[in-house]
Write a protein that binds this ligand. Structure first.
Ligand SMILES: [Zn+2]
Ligand SMILES: [Zn+2]
Length: 213
């Protein structure tokens, strides 16, 4: 999503929230629904902005296979960021492998030994600089792998939001269940279509409520 589209979407979200605030809330049911809808919009706005930041960061990665970016945030503020790549001072992936037509098996073998995933790069930076990640949300352009998923609860991450499914995670429901056992929520950010659907559900519910008032 480009910055203009992001700006448009955030403006729409803000408008929708203002609209909700202006609706008279006569019944407890309507009031509860309006509060839930408002909370949903607020959360989605925040998630969308941070996921876009993570996607923008991913363009800095030197990996020829997958470029991944992540942001770890608390209460709507960025604590730390990371992209996938080698340790500081080491040769970069794109200095060893061609951007197109590289051998995926050779890359995978080298990458497993040399490249650090975006999530762990962010955690490492936080550890080095004494930044607590307790209670934070991790936003990642790609679904975290199970290796990273094992580490995220240990540093206090409580929620994970990602943009794209990763084909190296075999079963998303198993991952959801694994993380839930450790008190961590993982969710895929709603697509633009899913979000539009949700918005129309909200406005339909309000017009239904109005016609029955
Ligand atoms: Zn690579
Ligand atoms: Zn990983």
């Amino acid at each position: 999503m480009c910055n203009t589209c992001l700006k448009q979407q955030t403006d729409q979200l803000k408008e929708a929230r203002t609209f909700l605030k202006g609706i008279p809330r006569f019944t407890i049911k309507e009031r509860t629904f309006a509060q839930e809808a408002e909370a949903f919009l607020k959360q989605h706005l925040l998630d969308r902005v941070f996921i876009n930041n993570a996607i923008n960061l991913s363009y800095l990665s030197h990996c020829v296979s997958r470029q991944v970016g992540c942001v770890i945030a608390l209460d709507g503020r960025t604590l730390v960021t990371g992209v996938n790549g080698t340790s500081q001072g080491d040769v970069n992936c794109d200095e060893l492998f061609p951007a197109k037509g590289f051998d995926p098996v050779a890359h995978r073998k080298w990458s497993d030994d040399n490249e650090i995933h975006a999530e762990l790069n962010a955690i490492n930076f936080a550890a080095k600089h004494g930044i607590s990640l307790d209670g934070a949300t991790l936003y990642c352009s790609l679904q975290p792998c199970m290796q990273c998923s094992k580490n995220l609860p240990a540093v206090g991450i409580k929620r994970i939001v990602f943009d794209t499914f990763y084909d190296r995670v075999d079963n998303f429901s198993d991952q959801v269940e694994y993380l839930a056992r450790k008190g961590v929520i993982i969710e895929k950010l709603l697509s633009d279509e899913e979000f539009a659907q949700k918005i129309s559900e909200i406005s339909n519910a309000f017009s239904y409520g109005a016609s029955n008032a």
